[in-house]
Write a protein that binds this ligand. Structure first.
Ligand code: GDP
Length: 296
């Protein structure tokens, strides 16, 4: 994962402190400059980087520390905590209620891994013992239903869709209704994506949101898209109530910036990371362990 490069650079920046005889304001400033550079190179938004730098400086008041304080350790700990803070919007991740029908709608741009993630999440909940069903409301992309059908069959998860149906709201409502009637607990709705943030995509997404009143909306985003992440995530959040985020392709060229930007733009927690094309290439996201892994 290219993400590790970011970790290595931050660790190196902090290690530079070890080579200093005295850890004073100048040394701290130099180390934070390097940390900031590493974050910017990883496509983290400029505003977020300068906020992190300022917050660390405000918290580590070198002049006021009692003698004997391990300054290096304090700086390291503060950078760790501030990185965690950037990735944690302070909202507990959504958990479906057992014994009820929980409708979860997936949104995102085409090619970002929405259908793949939808099936992975279905498989995840199925293994947790929830009665889980998948609804294909992607009536835009030819082959979307076949893709979902094949993957759902592989995951042994029941699915609903209709060949040739062009009305996404109709097919989604039918599928949700049917799974509800049959007492399914987790009903996942895969909606259509487009290549760009088009008006038609957002209009359809809003119609689905109104018709299904989902309990939760998951925004799926390619974790390797870099600086575009913030605006893309924001555009979705402004149109539907995004409740959590899945970052895909974290096994590829993701550099970390996507994760930080998605949280900042949606004020929603990341719940899963997609780490490959297979059914179980899905990791539950844990802020502390993600940052811990980053910093080694
Ligand atoms: P959608 O258009 O958003 O529904 O995207 P798809 O689910 O069809 O995924 C687009 C491509 O990305 C497919 O070739 C998937 O196999 C691939 N893909 C999805 N998630 C991941 C992931 O986490 N890692 C990798 N390496 N590939 C992924």
């Amino acid at each position: 994962m290219v993400l590790e490069t970011l970790g290595t650079k931050i660790v190196k920046a902090l290690q530079s402190l070890t080579n200093q005889v005295v850890v004073d304001e100048t040394a701290l400033e130099a180390a934070l400059k390097e940390v900031a550079r590493a974050l910017l190179e990883a496509d983290v938004n400029v505003k977020q980087v300068s906020e992190l730098r300022q917050r660390v400086k405000n918290r580590v008041r070198l002049a006021e520390l009692p003698p004997g304080t391990n300054r290096r350790r304090l700086i390291h700990k503060t950078v760790f905590e501030e990185l965690c803070r950037m990735l944690d919007p302070g909202i507990p991740p959504y958990r479906p209620q057992r014994g009820q029908s929980n409708v979860i709608m997936f949104v995102g741009l085409q090619g970002n891994g929405k259908t793949t993630s939808c099936v992975k999440v279905a498989y995840f909940y199925k293994r947790k013992g929830y009665r889980t069903g998948l609804v294909c409301a992607d009536t835009f992309r030819a082959g979307a239903f076949d893709q979902l059908r094949q993957n759902a069959t592989r995951a042994r998860v029941p699915f609903y869709g209709r060949y040739g149906e062009t009305d996404a709201v109709k097919v989604a409502s039918e599928g949700v209704e049917r799974f509800r009637r049959e007492g399914f607990e987790v009903i996942l709705v895969d909606t259509s994506g487009r290549h760009k943030q088009e008006a038609a995509l957002f209009a359809e997404m809003e119609q689905l949101d109104r018709a299904l009143t989902p309990d939760h909306v998951i925004f799926v985003m390619d974790g390797s898209i870099g600086q575009a992440a913030y605006d893309q995530a924001r555009a979705f959040q402004q149109r539907v109530r995004v409740g959590s985020v899945i970052l895909t392709k974290m096994d590829g060229h993701a550099r970390g910036g996507g994760a930080l930007s998605a949280v900042a733009a949606t004020h929603s927690p990341i719940v899963f990371l997609g780490t490959g094309e297979h059914l179980d290439d899905l990791e539950e996201f844990q802020v502390q362990s993600f940052v811990g892994r980053l910093l080694g």
